[in-house]
Design a protein around this ligand. Structure first.
Ligand code: HXC
Length: 297
């Protein structure tokens, strides 16, 4: 789909995306690039990065890939340094790298729990922490109150509770908390905006393959708003909105992009039945209002 945004809304900006070699991260990198940004993608697998960079460059996007694991502080430092020495600055950090697998809480080892916290929560903080010195300077021609911006890719599963994802729920709750705390501290001190995006189920992603097998999503058809999977494009458009000047007054928000999916509730009764029942209940309550003594009727 064509983007509704002007093609130059990120002109001159430099973005670094963790987990940018595939899935949602790659789509955000592509759309940022198509809207004028130069992009660095960071990931653990060289062959994935190489083909992603080639694909980005084939669109005329200035792109480079650096290997690194967000769990390693030295990798974070190196990739940030390499980005700034390659492109001269950093304006946008997207913390997209994440880990996930379905598991019963009772079968999850503390190390399995820690692994996802390390990638999602500690990794996000590490990247933010090491990026600060670049983001707070803003860039050439920018005012003192205009630092860079951070986007943290989150989820909605911790808004209520989620089966078989205790580790990810905890990790993403921490990510949202990091988003708000940094929005407060760094928004105030450096004019850096920090926001998040919470995607719903997005087709053609590792997350969807791991977490939403067909038999589960088909069963939910009856009570899911806009019943359909989202597209990576939907997340990339939200990222463009938040990272560009369109979002210049948005700070500390995690934007849910899920078609209302997290609001789902099993339907209590069919629509026609509720009309019938409602009328009967109203009639009964008019005849004998609850809590009113018989003598007063
Ligand atoms: C139980 C498991 C497990 C599983 C790993 N572990 N997989 N436990 N069930 N299926 C445990 C291991 O036994 C080990 O604990 C610990 O986790 C670390 O496992 P490793 O394999 O050594 O970790 P590592 O190689 O670093 O791999 C990390 C990973 C992996 C998270 C396990 O899946 C990964 O690299 N994922 C990155 C890609 C990814 O998943 N992307 C999806 C993002 S989707 P012990 O105790 O044995 O040592 C997403 C959506 C979120 O984030 C929102 C959803 C709504």
């Amino acid at each position: 789909m064509e983007s509704p945004f002007k093609v130059d809304i990120l002109k001159g900006k430099v973005a670094l995306l963790t987990g940018g070699g595939s899935g949602i991260g790659f789509e955000i990198a592509t759309q940022f690039g198509k809207h004028g940004a130069s992009v660095t993608i960071m990931g653990r697998r060289k062959h994935v990065l190489d083909s992603a960079v080639a694909a980005l460059q084939s669109h005329g996007i200035r792109a480079v890939g650096f290997e690194g694991d967000v769990r390693k502080r030295e990798d974070a430092i190196r990739v940030l340094e390499s980005t700034v020495s390659h492109f001269g600055r950093l304006d946008i950090l997207v913390n997209n790298a994440a880990g996930n697998f379905l598991v019963n809480a009772e079968d999850l080892s503390p190390n399995g729990f820690r692994t996802v916290i390390d990638i999602d929560s500690v990794g996000t903080f590490t990247m933010c922490h090491e990026a600060l010195k670049y983001l707070k300077k803003g860039g050439p021609g920018r005012g003192p109150a205009s630092g860079g911006t951070i986007l943290n890719i989150s989820a909605t599963l911790h808004y209520t509770a989620s089966w078989y994802q205790i580790h990810v729920s905890a990790a993403k709750a921490a990510v949202d908390s990091i988003t708000r705390s940094l929005a407060l501290e760094w928004g105030t001190d450096y004019g850096i905006r920090v926001n998040g995006i919470a995607p719903g189920p997005i087709e053609d992603t590792v997350g969807a393959r791991k977490l939403a097998p067909d038999e589960i999503t088909i069963k939910a058809r009856d009570y899911k708003p806009l019943y359909k999977m989202g597209e990576k494009w939907d997340i990339a458009m939200a990222a463009l909105y938040l990272a560009s000047d369109a979002g210049k007054y948005i700070n500390g928000t995690t934007l849910v992009v899920d078609g209302g999916d997290w609001l789902n509730q099993p339907r209590q009764m069919p629509k026609e039945a509720v009309k019938e029942l409602s009328r009967v209940v109203e009639k009964r309550s008019r005849e004998a209002p609850v809590g009113v003594a018989k003598s007063k009727i």
